[in-house]
Design a protein around this ligand. Structure first.
Ligand code: KE4
Length: 427
């Protein structure tokens, strides 16, 4: 597989874009090779600019749950384009999208559209602070909630991938009210709230962690957060940017039956276009301008092209049997990878929740960022490069997720498992 054209483009890109990429994890820095530049994608496959074809398990980091460029989305977007692409004014399609989100996400009574997951989580924290009048909030080590200053503390995703413990430019003041606790440690939460609960506005959590690899919530963790927040009057925020419409149509809150006060959404909700959203209890949401005093705004929020794309995708996910099929595909991949690990005799810890999965190169059980970080990232890098040569495109980081979509055929899934068996045996 030649990568000459990708190499040329990468050199050009680095002259005019920092690191040659518009988001750090795309640079393949932690997996020891230059990034491939995509030419096109359809369904479960992508083609790079050198004509190499891959089965894609990145899925644009989550949005491509139907596969790339699904016809239902393309048709909806084509129909909208001639009517206009952005108005900065209210439209019916925004109402339909909001009604849909409120109907499928159990705890959401009202929702505000934004243009990224970062905007969604940043706004949700501000709203929780405005609603409670409190300033501190709790996040968890290894959870990534986008790159707003107060949340960019002990974050996962690209920070743990690149070993950036804290980011220059985030001032002490900006991070002063951020309390970081170990994921899945409900005792640490209760101890902290007992000490300073009346100063804590919110707890924000990835209900299934997807940015330190995939780490499911420990038994009772989410329920414990709900109880603790009730006891201390703290706003519970589920960051469902990854898990929303992924682990169930109604997200992790539907799958685990724990209701947050606010939910942030992204990725899938945009159908491949830039969309984020935050929503929840009417009593809280009505503190937002122009009804209430908490300001939040966005030029392209709710733009009609992104709305028709996202709505078309969500409606496709409402069809009967979709999540049973995603579970079947996820289980098939997990079984194949477990066979590959066993036959190769390598140490690995596998996790999966529905159609998001991860293989950690460690013998330890992974339940938080510290245990995830015990993984052999050098070995993962070799695995990634060898799988790329086999035509399998995985997340270019041990600390991201493998995403399975409806477009992945059994052949695609078996091809990944078979390639893994060969590659792991030779690692
Ligand atoms: P965006 O601002 O990237 O749309 O969303 C931020 C965000 C918020 N919350 C969660 C749980 C997230 O996973 C993300 C973004 N995820 C990363 C990868 N895990 C996006 C990929 C990237 O940074 O390029």
């Amino acid at each position: 597989m030649g990568h000459d054209r990708s190499g040329e483009l990468f050199l050009r890109a680095q002259r005019v874009i920092p690191g040659g990429v518009n988001s750090p994890v795309r640079a393949f820095k932690s997996v020891g090779c230059d990034p491939i530049f995509y030419e096109r994608a359809k369904g479960s496959h992508v083609w790079d600019v050198d004509g190499n074809e891959y089965v894609d398990f990145i899925g644009s980091w989550g949005p491509m749950i139907l596969g790339h460029a699904p016809d239902v989305v393309l048709d909806a977007v084509r129909a909208q384009l001639d009517r206009g692409t952005s108005f900065g004014a209210p439209t019916e399609i925004e109402v339909r999208m909001a009604e849909k989100v409120c109907s499928v996400v159990p705890s959401i009574e009202m929702v505000r559209m934004v243009s990224s997951g970062t905007e969604a989580t940043m706004s949700a924290i501000r709203l929780a602070r405005g609603y409670t009048g409190r300033e501190k909030f709790i996040k968890f080590d290894g959870n990534y909630h986008g790159h707003s200053d107060a949340l960019l503390v002990a974050a996962g995703s690209g920070l743990v991938t690149l070993g950036i413990p804290s980011t220059p430019g985030v001032t002490k003041g900006a991070a002063a009210d951020t309390i970081v606790l170990p994921y899945n440690d409900i005792d640490a939460v209760r101890t902290t709230l007992a000490r300073e609960g009346e100063q804590v506005a919110a707890i924000i959590v990835e209900p299934v962690a997807g940015n330190m690899g995939v780490v499911p919530p420990a038994e009772g963790f989410l329920e414990g957060l709900r109880d603790a927040c009730d006891e201390y009057g703290v706003v519970l925020i589920f960051d469902e940017v990854i898990t929303g419409f992924r682990v169930a149509l109604g997200g992790a809150q539907e799958r685990y039956g724990v209701m947050p006060d606010l939910t942030t959404l992204g990725k899938i909700i945009g159908g491949g276009f830039p969309v984020g959203a935050f929503g929840g209890k009417r009593e809280i949401m009505e503190h937002l301008a122009p009804v209430g005093p908490v300001y939040q705004a966005g030029t392209l929020s709710g733009n009609p092209v992104a709305m028709v794309a996202g709505l078309a995708l969500i409606e496709a996910l409402e069809r009967p049997g979709v999540y049973d099929e995603l579970e079947r595909k996820g289980a098939r991949l997990e079984a194949g990878l477990r066979r590959a690990v066993a036959s190769a005799g390598v140490e690995a810890f596998l996790t999966r929740v529905g159609s998001m999965a991860c293989m950690f190169f460690t013998a330890d059980e992974v339940r938080d960022c510290a245990s995830a970080s015990s993984s052999d990232t050098e070995r993962y890098a070799r695995y990634f490069r060898a799988m790329l040569d086999e035509g399998i495109l995985l997340a270019p980081s041990q600390f991201e997720a493998t995403f399975i979509g409806l477009a992945h055929s059994d052949d695609d899934i078996d091809a990944m498992a078979d390639a893994a068996a060969r590659v792991l045996a030779a690692l």
